[in-house]
Design a protein around this ligand. Structure first.
Ligand code: ATP
Length: 590
């Protein structure tokens, strides 16, 4: 908790300290508000006293209302000026809140673009998205509402206490008599309520996770006839949410009426205590009435502030958690970029993976000394059972992760010494599950080279065997797509991805062949597109269909992070090992 507070404090200080003048202005305006807000009950008392004295004189045939008018005028002015202060503070803090959260959002987004792939591999999309949405919303609400309220309340409490003690010390103590009890009630309630709300959030999280999974897997559920089981699973979780939500709502909702009750009790105590003081004598009726009215007002003000602060507790808690979660992202290490990275323009000689050892987590090695070599223009293929480490090798080649031991070199230079941006430009990747972005097909193909000419784009699409399909669409290259609403099948998406890669013309190519089943026509197109993109490039291909790699210069069979067989297709067939077995089993179906 202390650690969280420290983190949140640092986070808010970083962003808030950018607006010193606005913050100073809000402090000035809040003091302005507090002064006039605290003066108002005094003038309310004065008007009561003036009125009583006027009525008394009037009954005796005299009296003037001029003092009453003056005090009532000042009272109205006090209300107006405190309202103005209230308005001013709200405006300034809302402005700061809006601008600061805008900055936090762009800070977070920029940071995301600099972070290591490891972060994205170890955090779910939903979790990352929540930092942009609910966490930033909570931070904004806190600056916009909770901080403003707390700020006011503190100023009002200080003002009320000052006025109470300077007006009548005995009655001030009487007015505070119920405070310890109120604070104790609030503390217990907040503790129980926040536990109940935490539980509620957890259970809602579980329910959302379940719904997400069931919606995504709807087709599997339908094909297996598991709708009833799906509903039963949902009902169990939903019942739990209902119960914990009810408990959370009762505990968090009970505080307000409890505090209201305490406020009324305090008013009664003040009236009672005030009457007793008044009855000790020495006060005119007007002054006595005024004193009681003033103290009831102060006691109510004071209690309202305590109520407001306690009701803001939950929101502030969420804001602290939000700040912690956003700070956590900022504390993540950036990608390591060599300060004076060497340029990479051509692969003159070879790419070598030299006795590489690597694990995602310390003490859990995945690759146990892998060595592979691709001469300029050669194609090296990686095959092996699932989980063997093929994708891991690829992750290292592109420096998504760095090796633990050994090295990866291009023309003898360790890739860790190369300029990272240039390295990424040099290495092109066609992923198994290509990602499309919202925009036109043209924008998607030119993603890596936005300044490509139309002719270059058409040539790339033709080489990727997707040009004809695109031109058959009514809007052709200008067809709007997104990843969810794509006009492409899985195989065609792969072709778009190949066109994208061809356009950027990388020297080294990494190709993760799609495992998804595609029809034979598309498969042939993918094969032809792959041949085109591989041709003339130094390439590493993860192959699932061995047909793809018959012409590879070198085929490495990876198993449990080790290369267990290596050679050309013909050599490996002769070895009659894992590869030969796999090839035979695939040929049965071809
Ligand atoms: N981000 C990660 N964090 C931790 N472990 C990982 C991560 N990615 C992969 N692994 C583990 O590393 C091992 C090798 O995985 P990898 O994805 O490289 O295998 P693969 O041969 O490409 O498998 P497939 O053919 O199924 O894609 C597996 O045991 C896997 O669980």
């Amino acid at each position: 908790m202390k650690q969280n507070l420290k983190r949140a404090g640092k986070f808010y200080y970083f962003y808030m300290s950018k607006y010193p003048w606005q913050l100073l202005a809000s402090v000035v305006v809040v003091i302005f508000f507090a002064v006039f807000n605290s003066l108002a009950p005094v003038y309310l008392g004065k008007t009561v006293q003036d009125l009583t004295e006027f009525l008394h004189a009037w009954q005796n045939g005299g009296g003037s209302l001029s003092q009453f008018n003056l005090d009532a005028g000042i009272l109205i002015l006090c209300y107006l000026l405190s309202g103005l202060g209230d308005f001013g503070t709200s405006m300034i803090l809302s402005w700061i809140g809006g601008v600061a959260t805008g900055e936090m959002r762009s800070g977070l987004f920029n940071k995301m673009q600099r972070m290591r792939v490891q972060y994205f591999d170890t955090h779910s999309d939903g979790d990352i998205l929540a930092r942009f949405t609910s966490d930033l919303d909570n931070i904004f609400n806190a600056v916009n509402e909770a901080f403003v309220q707390t700020f006011y309340s503190i100023a009002q409490i200080v003002g009320s206490l000052y006025m109470m003690f300077s007006t009548n010390t005995t009655l001030a103590w009487v007015g505070l008599a119920t405070t310890p009890l109120a604070l104790a009630i609030a503390a217990v309630n907040i503790r129980v309520a926040s536990q109940a709300v935490d539980q509620q959030q957890n259970d809602i999280g579980k329910l959302n996770g379940y719904i997400n999974e069931q919606v995504t897997g709807q087709k599997v559920i339908i094909t297996n006839g598991l709708q009833e089981d799906s509903i039963a699973g949902f009902e169990t979780l939903n019942q739990t949410v209902k119960k914990t939500a009810l408990r959370g709502q009762i505990w968090s909702g009970i505080l307000q009426p409890l505090m209201n009750g305490m406020m009324l009790l305090t008013s009664a105590v003040v009236i009672f205590g005030g009457s007793w003081i008044v009855m000790q004598g020495g006060m005119s009726t007007g002054a006595a009435l005024a004193l009681i009215v003033v103290f009831v007002q102060y006691a109510q003000n004071y209690f309202q502030c305590i109520m407001q602060m306690t009701s803001m507790y939950g929101q502030i808690q969420l804001a602290i958690t939000g700040a912690r979660r956003v700070s956590e992202v900022h504390e993540q290490p950036d990608e390591v970029k060599p300060a004076h990275g060497l340029p990479v323009s051509e692969v003159h000689d070879e790419v070598v993976i030299d006795n590489v050892r690597f694990g995602y987590q310390p003490g859990k090695e995945i690759l146990h000394g892998v060595t592979l070599k691709a001469k300029r223009g050669e194609m090296v293929a990686l095959v092996g059972p699932t989980g063997a480490g093929k994708t891991t090798v690829i992750n290292l080649l592109n420096r998504f992760y760095d090796v633990d031991a050994g090295a990866i070199t291009i023309d003898g230079v360790d890739i860790r010494e190369l300029d990272l941006t240039q390295l990424r430009d040099t290495v092109g990747i066609v992923l198994q599950d290509p990602q499309l972005f919202s925009g036109t097909i043209a924008e998607n193909i030119c993603f890596g080279k936005p300044d490509a000419t139309e002719a270059e784009m058409y040539a790339a699409a033709e080489q990727a065997h997707i040009h004809d399909f695109i031109t058959s669409l009514p809007d052709g290259y200008q067809t709007q797509i997104s990843d969810e609403q794509s006009v492409f099948s899985a195989g065609q998406k792969q072709l778009v991805s190949i066109a994208r890669t061809i356009l950027t013309n990388p020297r080294i190519l990494i190709l993760d062949e799609a495992t998804s089943n595609v029809d034979t026509v598309t498969e042939k197109k993918i094969q032809a597109a792959m041949d085109n993109v591989i041709s003339g490039r130094t390439s590493f291909v993860i192959a699932h269909r061995l047909k793809t790699i018959l012409k590879a210069d070198d085929i490495a069979v990876l198993r449990d992070g080790r290369i267990v067989e290596e050679g050309t297709h013909a050599q490996l067939l002769e070895e009659k090992g894992f590869y030969a077995g796999l090839y035979k089993s695939q040929m049965v179906f071809n």
